[in-house]
Design a protein around this ligand. Sequence first.
Ligand code: SAH
Length: 463
Amino acid sequence: MFSETQENHREQTSQRQEQHSCTVRQKKSFPLCVYKTHSLWRCRFCSSSPPEDERKPRASMLRHLTSKIKATGPIPVAEYMRESLTNPVTGYYVRGDVLGPQGDFITSPEISQIFGELVGVWCISEWMGAGRPAQLQLVELGPGRGSLAADVLRVFGQLRSVLAEASVSVHLVEVSPALSRVQARRLTGEQSREADGEDEPVYRRGRTTTGGLPVSWYRRLDDVPAGFSVYVAHEFFDALPIHKFQRTEKGWREVMVDIEPDEPERLRFVVAPTPTLASSTLVQADEKRNHVEVCPEGGVIIQQLANRISESGGAALIADYGHDGTKTDTFRGFKGHQLHDVLASPGLADLTADVDFSYLRRMAGEGVACLGPVTQRTFLKNMGIDTRLQVLLRSCSDPATRKQLIQSYDMLTSPSKMGERFHFFSLLSPSRLAEPKRTEGLKMEKKSPAQLPVAGFTELSFS
Ligand code: SAH
């Protein structure tokens, strides 16, 4: 369907190729493989110690948190996570390119071009399923190094004849100015410009190097203009702050972060003695687990997506590791190839928690239809990853590259690697799923995904 070319941007190809010579190992306490790919590459779940000169700003993050706790008392885990990851001065993401050769972890779009290409096909198939509207906004939340967007846009370029007269634009929601620069270089070359004022909703603008499509950067989804959009969020929701709650004899109590009494440089978890606003409002009345994690920021973003889709049309594709309301304590840090104490190095370590898809579905409400979660393996196979791999292999005679293509395919789809740990979840306009003769009054959520012509959740079809 699209061309046999392997992506030909050299830097990325060579980086991706290095990844395929990876070894995989399982961690007992965290049953997800770690993909060691190149001495400089780290997967999402491990990271390296930063160079010495990067330690100082991080120490100031610890100081910042301890002064805050001294002033106001223990802080919620969500506040700890938000500060550690996205504090505008010393946050983990804000400091720069945490992915890639100089970074700390690696994600599916960085492992293989095929991942983003299939997401690109999904975007087009949803645009077609919506009746080929005149406008198509590609909106990505948390675009990292811009690899996923670049691969999606390459597919858009290859299927230009299908997109025909549609006006296509790209909208990136990114909190890290440093990562936005990496994305800008990747997508626009040198053709982007920062906004003059700090408060501008669009803080950077540019045009893609191929095709000249307009690209805009925002700090918040709310700032993206209304209009038919396909939203993509890969490993975005797991980075949003979670609250943690513990069932006690006195009822639900929030887990907070405090200073270790005898060691002013160390942090510890404590359980709040009395209910907090969060523990009173965020735990479900019929909750059966003894410990729960809730990500209200993720809930707000899902509601925004749902409102936007029901008002202007479109679809959202959310891919992440997660569960369906069954897991308890999933908050973890990674540093130096190891699971890392989440409280040990705020701002220096990756912090993450599994996405609760049942919570996202609940927060999406009745105005949209939800599909999934389905495993990454199911999604990619339904999208035709096997065929795409064969096409690439046919056009490639270099044995090393062939081996790398096969290894990255295995990494993305193998049940013991990323294939079953990662899940895909979608929000759609209910009209997208309506049966031709009955367009009203359907309870979409109750329909079996197997009957629905939505690519990835069932086999890809362009008919
Ligand atoms: N999607 C990419 C990167 C995942 S890392 C990939 O899969 O390779 C998470 C990304 O989300 C980073 O780009 C980070 O800077 C961004 N991010 C984290 N929290 C954010 C927030 N609250 N708002 C916007 N972007 C955020």
